[in-house]
Write a protein that binds this ligand. Sequence first.
Ligand SMILES: *Cc1c(COP(=O)(O)O)cnc(C)c1O
Length: 391
Amino acid sequence: MNAKTKSKQTGIVHSDYVPPAGFSAFPPAVYHASTVIFDTVEALRSREWIGRDSYTYGLHGTPTTFTLEAQLANIEGGNHCVLAPSGLAAITIVDMAFLKTGDDVLIPENIYNPNRELGNWLSKDFGVSVRYYDPLIGAGIADLILPNTRLIWAETPGSITMEVPDIPAFCKAAHEKGVIVAVDNTWAAGLVFDAFGHGADVVVQAVTKYQAGASDLLMGAVITRDEELNRKINMAHMRLGMGVSPDDTYLVLRSLASMKVRFEKSGESSMIVANWLKQRPEISKILHPAFPDCPGHDIFERDFTGTGGLFSVLFDERYTEAQTDRFLEALKLFKMGFSWGGTHSLSVPYRIRPDRKDWNQRDHQLIRFYIGLEDPADLIADLEQALSTLD
Ligand SMILES: *Cc1c(COP(=O)(O)O)cnc(C)c1O
């Protein structure tokens, strides 16, 4: 039907305009779609969504989301990637892909807390056996593996208390018994810890962090190398109806090109700031994987090729929570809030769960810092003026 035979109304809906071919620019195109159009009945009937080599429905991907998936898989050294609406949603996909009623999963005590919360839910309402392990257990994890253990979660370094686990030892023990190891590799952004190279089967990224890089969106990714694991991850992703916004995907693609440069700057500045804090009498421990105080530092030295900008400190035990709260509120450049990986430095106080048996530093206040892209000299000046409120 050409323009002359169509009514004005139909012409408004079905445009005949075809832009000239040959447009070329660096930014990837942003495709918005629920419906994907098939040209033939045969194409519609033979559609296949897992393989990423055709398009079937907006939820299963567009050129925009496929581009980001390929980029994230490439950074991590994997072959397959699915995107999720948050880092936590990516974690959920892994649990749903590999666990069922009657199965057992091992989760480290220092895991990102919502992952633990999800574990508690699986245990309470879904008949999954969930056990928590000391992240520094190393090869001893072999003794925890039961006949029904299907999945071991690991996070390196762990959230808040920053212990660095021996992932190769976990993977060796797990693989001898056919157990899958999923690594939350968010801290390293896939840049300075080669999770697959150290044995991981599945890698999760909170793309919200360094990949998004601007504290403005939420996204997650599940990456794998293995075809069969990828199939299960894709089935869970599809069944849960997980999709991401094309505009958010574009923002991540836009940030991704500068991610390594931002990560390195954040990591370098974190070393400068943490080194300064280490000299201060108010601080008793630097829980930064690159510092000897941090449990698992030797493993960090062995397995990592660089550092990110997220770390914690313990205050001297003479300081009360009320005092360190005052310190936090006195900070001006460091803003207080959750998440990290953006351009701005952040601080958060944490109370370590009372039921965490492996934590014996309860007399010390713990504060986590994220170092952004400000001049570290200004960040140090800010810390110095805020520390002066302590005494
Ligand atoms: C932030 C974070 C997540 C969750 O990411 P969201 O996008 O906030 O859901 C998961 N794991 C780690 C280690 C994180 O830091």
